[in-house]
Write a protein that binds this ligand. Sequence first.
Ligand code: ASP
Ligand code: MG
Length: 451
Amino acid sequence: MKVFKFGGGTLKNADTIRQMTEIVRDSGLGDSGFTGSVPEQSRRGDSELVVVISAFNKMTNAFEGLLKELDSDDINLRLDKILDYHREIAEQLLIDSDIFWREIILPLIAELKETLQKARNYPYDQAYDQVVSFGEIFSTHLISAFWIQEGLNHSFHDARKLIITDETYREGKVNWKETAKKIKSIPESSLRLCSGTGSVNPESRVPNPESLILTQGFIAGTQSGFSATLGREGSDYSAAIFGHILDVERVVIWKDVPGVLTADPEEFEDTCKMDEISYLEAVELSYFGAKIIHPNTIKPLQNKGIPLIVKSLFDPDASGTVILKKAGKAPDLPVIIRKRNQVLVSIQPRDFSFIVEDALANVFSILARNQSRINLMQHGAVSISLVIDWDQKKLDAILEALLPDFKVLYNTGLELLTIRHYTKAVINDLTKGKRIYVQQQSRKTARFVLG
Ligand code: ASP
Ligand code: MG
């Protein structure tokens, strides 16, 4: 059994959806694909491939846009744009648009409109998850309809009923016990079995044993039945959750790049693909801000020794990058990660007490309460400097909490540059002409806060 994840950066139009469908079709559905290293009890002949899909292209941003216009007439314009985008893809895929629209999309639109109404009464983060989760619901319904038309049998599952989180909206913490219970009962409860024949109406589909499961990334549900999300770009994490619970043989993240590269190809000309990296290296890279994988993805896989493969949608036979326990020895190429929109906050107790002894616990709990992750920190005797992602709302709340006890200075608009396996030449090249606010160097990693 395997998990494939296709993200919005990859699924942008009808062509890429066709390409994805070919990959799924060619994936050896029906052959168990077992390697000796997978425990016997994990054998699940009834379902061989779980496909995790996120919202298409920039649709998550588009749904975020709906929330901004909750009280204005522009909301209808924005809604129309979202619908037109999906309609165009459906037309290009030659999905029987009348039935698709009537049976699937119109009820979804009604549900979305009702959700938008209710969202006005929720706190922002909760409203966000109720609305934004529709991006994944639209994309997967469209793909399901396309697969039905293509005769690709599958069962469709709403991840909001499978991945259960607490009520930390926009950053849901997974309840692993409940989630395991739900995911492990998938085959028995195949809610909607979709075959290549018959109507697109879920209720009238013909049930038969399936080896292909279609579900959403990023979205989850709370025990009280609200939608939740796992944080932006969180569909990689969803794939890892399914992989971990189903003890799969591997998880594959399909991208529009050949694998994990040494730098962002949009910014640097000379990038190399890394063939193999260890879980540890991958955690470091994603934590420092490499956009290739969501930072939460690695742990669930590492705990079970499940390899994660990152490869290209456009070159499925190429090997990509394999992330596993022990990577083969490769040259230590410098890996460059740039995180923009950073804030450097310098904090000093007003009474000049020593920062480490007296005040640190207080500072950290204020950050944790505001769900602000520290990207870098450095302290002296009486002050500490922290680098966090810029989010004005969170920053204001943090400042308000700190100011009674601390003197606080901050700079916005900074860049956090991380170079793994650095060389002097690379450091010089990347910091030339820039103001260095903070710098840290360990044996393997050099980090700079640049203005
Ligand atoms: N669609 C969500 C986002 O854009 C999740 C994901 O793509 O992983 O953040
Ligand atoms: Mg995405």
